[in-house]
Design a protein around this ligand. Sequence first.
Ligand code: NAI
Ligand code: PHE
Length: 352
Amino acid sequence: MPVHILDAMTREGFEEVVALHDRRSGLRAFLALHQTERGPAFGGIRRFRYGSEKSALLDCLRLSVAMSWKVALAGIAGGGGKAVVLDHPTLHLEQAYRHLGRCVERLGGRFYTGPDVGTGDRELAWVAAETRFAARPGPGRAGDLAGATMIGAFAGVRAALTRLDGAPDWPRRTIVIQGLGEVGSRLAQRLVEQGARVIATEVDERRAAAVAERLGIELAEPGSEYDLSCDVFAPCAMGGVLHDLTIRRLACRCVVGAANNILARSHHGDLLHERGILYVPDFVVNVGSVMRGAAYHLQGRAVPDAEIEERIGALVEEVLQRALSDGRPPALVAAEEAARRLRDGRRRTIKA
Ligand code: NAI
Ligand code: PHE
């Protein structure tokens, strides 16, 4: 089926979608600005081997909307956007990221970018060499971005366990993490430090072995994570992992993870609710790096770890409390609240 891009933009309220091509570096990318009425659109750069141009574009659009939701819920003065780069074997990485950086600069501050899958410190340094509008990790700059994301995920796990059992009771808990990348490996470490049992899956065997040896965690076969009996399943790899088939297999009590767009479709939040599995929406917990990037960009302020943990923990508790008292799925409650804030923000901007 073709994508009717203007129809999709009208339906979801997108402002701008840009297609980028650079012959020299082989860059092929999309950049979407969902919302900039309340401030810059915040969004990372995802580099991935997409199966098709269409799947890259759809990913870009969906990720941008999720960014608007998380930014609105966290009370950040901004909106959502995303850039996705179609990775391929002859892509010249440094030139491609520098080209992208120049495109971001030309947007004049309407888009402020940061990390995502395939874009870490090295790639962000290339982008930041060409634009003022990129969060660079490190002391004296935005700080530890993936670390901030991990803190949010950890706060979400803690709030979910507290809601279920009255306290996290770490030494008696088993957490299954999918993906031991920048965020997943940090989350594993934090949980191990608390005394929890961690089992992880990771498709990159070398990375899996290295992290498992360093932290002393258990590894399981990728794909088997859905069947593992545990307290928490924490997806920290790609989106779309929870759908009809995987939700049926889940043997956990709750799902809390950092991956963007964990649910394949929004109704999968209802399915989790029907199965009695507590789902803490990704766009509520994984806003830590944006909190840090936004505070640095908008206020020149470094956000301490404790503040991120406190703010995201409180946000999760609020969503879970409201979901419980309404008897409705947390994903629905959070999505409605995000949409309401976006609408109110728009109304205020139009009045002003
Ligand atoms: P990353 O690329 O460093 O790590 C992802 C890891 O997942 C990789 O090691 C990859 O090999 C592994 N993986 C991929 N597919 C897998 C599968 N099917 N099973 C098991 N492992 C698999 O990415 P990062 O930065 O850790 O991000 C993880 C997720 O969190 C992504 O969805 C990202 O969009 C989201 N996120 C990241 C933020 C950040 O600050 N880095 C901020 C907010 C969200
Ligand atoms: N990668 C972050 C996310 O998905 C986005 C981000 C943008 C982080 C700008 C920092 C600065 O939430």
